[in-house]
Design a protein around this ligand. Sequence first.
Ligand code: SF4
Length: 474
Amino acid sequence: MMTDAETSLRPHEECGVCGIFGHPDAAKLTYFGLYALQHRGQESAGIVASDGEKITQHKAMGLVSEVFREKTLQQLTGHISLGHVRYSTTGASIAQNVQPFTAVHRGCFLAVAHNGNFVNTLALREELEQRGSIFQSTMDSEIVIHLLARYCDKEIKKAILETFEKIKGAYSLILMTKDKLIAVRDPMGFRPLCLGKLNSATNGYIVASETCALDLVRAKYIRDIEPGEILIIDKDKGLKSLFMPPQSRKSYCIFEHVYFARPDSDIFGINVYKCRKRMGNIMAREIQIDADFVMPFPDSGNYAAIGYSQTSELPLEMGVIRNHYVGRTFIQPTQSMRDFSVKVKLNPVRSFLKGKRVIIIEDSIIRGTTGRSRVRSLREAGVKEVHMCVSCPPHRYPCYFGIDFPSGGELIAASKSVDNIREYLGLDTLSYLSLEGLVEATGQPADTFCLACFNGDYPIPPDTEFHKMALDCC
Ligand code: SF4
């Protein structure tokens, strides 16, 4: 686990979602699913459950293990359940923004759990407020509830289609009514969402952000929710799919493969572990350096480092040791104890590193602050040459689709050349995997992916005003 100082410097995913349908212990399975998805959001967690009539819910700020106790889970009864873990990229990190959002409108109960960002939030919010909607939170996800409430007198399928035809942006979300679970993925498919069959006699299903959640509850992966698909899971009608109008291209977030998703998950039909290793293989082909060995700063870069080592035939070593017991309550050092928060988590093996020429494999450089401290600690340990290879191209543009990359001004590669970054980090050489190499590692064509944070080609024009407003209020 990262310290607070580090968590503010590394990029974050906005959220993870998990829904269970058709199991007597639905809330408990959702809890396990959220545990597997904890890496996608560590600020808050929530679960809503239904037995077809009665709704129960519990949500709070904190990690899944902090928010739920055995007794709390026992009170969340029913065969349908929806859960969410959150890291805020839009909307403040406060209790009223904890998801799933719930509302009752003219007797219809509705809950929503969302991963991603809408890009036409401001216009939709203004329109809804003019028509009398009162928002309880600063989250873009709440818009779904208001839009659905507007169409509440229509048949559910019609209401859902009309709602999502209005919303633009990146969203993988799950809706829950008293008796249905509904999975929705935006037409470009930015964020992952998959469907599994529960290993039980109950004919139940699970929908989750990543396949690692399915593994934990021993569910069988069936398929991904398709881009533009609305999948309704209902006791009487089983699975029923509707589709939004198709888009000419897909925009899967390639950074899920570089950094966010768990290596034991399959994302967009590709295993993350294998993909990260291939990034390392291709980097070794593109970038040759004369050095004694390759090493990651654990855990970032671990799998690309294996790939780089195998192709370059340089040994893979663990030159820094990670302390796994650093919790969130770790007290931040004062300014005079510079680098302390880096060292408490990663400590170099001094006697092994002294006099060596090392290649560090990193998964990304965002602001450069953490990397600079880490390189300094290697120099202090007596490393003779420090080379760094990054398993993706330089991040030059902000993300508006659910990842909290800082504004362009804070991204180090937006304003500095590669050589200036090398100098800032204190490296002998700095190299990045090419964009072509990154796409090649996925085994899929480039137009399958969003590459906007690397090349500035945004698949949908972003709502920069709302994004700025939301970040300001965080
Ligand atoms: S801009 Fe980058 S991080 Fe954001 S969705 Fe696109 S690829 Fe992913």
